[in-house]
Design a protein. Structure first.
Length: 126
């Protein structure tokens, strides 16, 4: 009953159907702070950037960069909900600064991380 009362996030993270793209998506989720460009993804799959872009769009409905951004956001939401500070989450996810991370977060969710998870700004009690 409590789960039904939770707000639904305004996005989803579609999974591709092909094993090759699933493997790439898992790699992104395991190392979200790496520089995940279309060219890097294509290099890892031994494809051209155009071919990867076309397949990724067809299977997920998203551009590669949009999928990477959403994957990072899903990871960030989990970590922020667990009380991790915005600074650590932002840097671990590959953002150059907390302000760049906050701008992405605000653009996708409409509020800053501190407003979405007020406890994320507090220092840990340890």
């Amino acid at each position: 009953d409590e789960l039904r009362g939770l707000d639904v996030l305004p996005f989803n993270l579609p999974e591709p159907q092909s094993a090759r793209l699933q493997k790439l998506c898992r790699a992104i989720q395991q190392a979200p702070g790496d520089r995940w460009t279309l060219e890097e993804g294509a290099r890892r799959l031994n494809l051209s950037s155009r071919t990867l872009a076309r397949h990724f769009q067809r299977e997920t409905g998203l551009h590669f960069s949009d999928w990477v951004r959403r994957a990072r956001l899903v990871i960030a939401l989990t970590r922020l909900a667990q009380g991790e500070p915005v600074l650590g989450v932002a840097l671990d996810l590959g953002y150059d600064s907390p302000s760049a991370f906050s701008a992405m977060f605000r653009r996708l969710l409409g509020v800053a991380p501190a407003a979405y998870f007020p406890q994320a700004e507090r220092p840990s009690p340890h």
